[in-house]
Write a protein that binds this ligand. Structure first.
Ligand code: SF4
Ligand code: SF4
Length: 375
């Protein structure tokens, strides 16, 4: 059985957030917390340089409160690190941190300064033998995973497990999409990554969440919740239930179940746990991302490929909104996006529907389309 602590918080008021963080650490229990002297990594979701009120990134008040509490517990070797979408450079990281409100006293002095990476072996039986990870992940004695609750065009949900994809440096993330072009393989890789990184604690920021075309272009949904668990898979199970989703139908939890990573039972402590009164609106893309994934392998012939072509969601660019920044092209694992006349365009052929381009577009010029709608 795994424990998930629940604390309702109505806003990002610093005092309320601090109390919530203290409550979660207390409910986790001293034995599950880092010891004084440990090097602790805080891993927020810093997808892209967006303001806190857009609900794209983990809110700075959670990071600030956690640093304060860890210091009170005698832990001072703290680093805040992530590899946002795009290049893994000090300049890009600092610019994303600026937009997300992290360049303020109490956080700025803890921001990562090491932009190297190394490799970590996985356990026997995994499909990935080793992951390239940013150095702060490799050097940490204890990792606190700080995801934001969002919908996700490819994986349906972005919470604890998906947040750890940001431990893969820079443009090696699109490389992983290229290596695992189908959803089933990609989400299995995510589970292997989460099991390999094995955060000591995951604290979910769902005070303001994102629904619709997440993780970068959705709508803010005020949900007033924080969750925490030392079991990232238990936390994601709770997060899906909160969103109004059946965890047994969410791709990465299906994979986790098959790998024996899901807890038998989730025990809730703290405030009463209930699903959000209004279920989250899902991204257009996930209503049928890949028909072929649901067809048994022996029958995946020409007919099912035609159906997949008709039903699979693919990105579509609104040229009137495109500002020609090129971020979509930089993040495309298939290198199929071209800029012509200051506007982006991509052929559908060779697109693997990963929606990295949509995640990175700063002006929401990319949406998900399908040949057959309403199916
Ligand atoms: S065009 Fe977009 S969805 Fe298609 S492969 Fe490139 S990044 Fe992924
Ligand atoms: S579609 Fe978006 S990310 Fe791509 S070039 Fe246009 S504005 Fe930039």
């Amino acid at each position: 059985m795994s424990q998930v602590s629940v604390i309702n918080v109505s806003s990002y008021d610093e005092g309320s957030i601090y109390n919530a963080i203290c409550g979660h650490l207390e409910m986790a229990g001293k034995a599950r917390l880092p010891h004084p002297g440990a090097r602790v990594l805080l891993k927020p979701n810093l997808l892209s340089g967006r303001k806190p009120e857009t609900a794209v990134t983990t809110h700075w008040s959670i990071i600030s409160a956690l640093i304060r509490r860890l210091q009170e517990l005698g832990i001072s070797d703290i680093v805040v690190a992530d590899s946002p979408g795009g290049l893994y450079t000090p300049e890009h990281f600092r610019s994303v941190c600026s937009a997300a409100g992290l360049r303020r006293p109490g956080i700025e002095e803890y921001l990562n300064n090491d932009f190297t990476f190394g490799s970590k072996q996985t356990q026997k039986g995994f499909s990935v033998r080793s992951f390239n990870l940013i150095t702060p992940v490799l050097q940490a004695d204890y990792i606190i995973n700080l995801p934001k609750l969002k919908t996700h065009a490819m994986t349906t949900v972005s919470a604890g497990v998906k947040n750890l994809f940001g431990a893969i440096p820079g443009l090696q993330k699109p490389g992983m999409h290229r290596r695992f072009p189908e959803l089933a393989g990609f989400v299995r890789m995510l589970c292997e990554l989460a099991a390999t990184i094995s955060p000591g604690l995951t604290i979910l920021d769902a005070v303001d969440s994102m629904e619709g075309n997440g993780p970068g272009g959705g709508t803010v949904k005020h949900t007033g919740l924080t969750l925490a668990s030392s079991d990232v898979f238990a936390l994601d199970t709770a997060a899906c239930r909160f969103m109004g989703l059946d965890p047994g139908a969410v791709p990465h939890l299906i994979a986790a179940s098959g790998m024996g990573l899901l807890p038998d039972e989730v025990k809730y402590v703290g405030d009463p746990f209930a699903a959000c009164p209004e279920p989250f609106t899902l991204p257009d893309a996930t209503k049928s991302t890949s028909f072929i994934d649901s067809v048994p392998k022996p029958f995946r012939g020409a007919a099912s490929r035609v159906m997949d072509w008709l039903l699979r969601s693919y990105p579509s660019i609104d040229a009137s909104k495109c500002v020609g920044c090129g971020r979509c092209a930089e993040s495309c694992p298939q290198h199929i996006i071209k800029l012509r006349g200051g506007k982006a365009s991509m052929p559908r052929r060779d697109c693997i529907s990963c929606f990295c381009c949509q995640e990175m577009c700063p002006v929401h010029a990319i949406s998900a389309k399908r040949c057959l709608k309403n199916f």
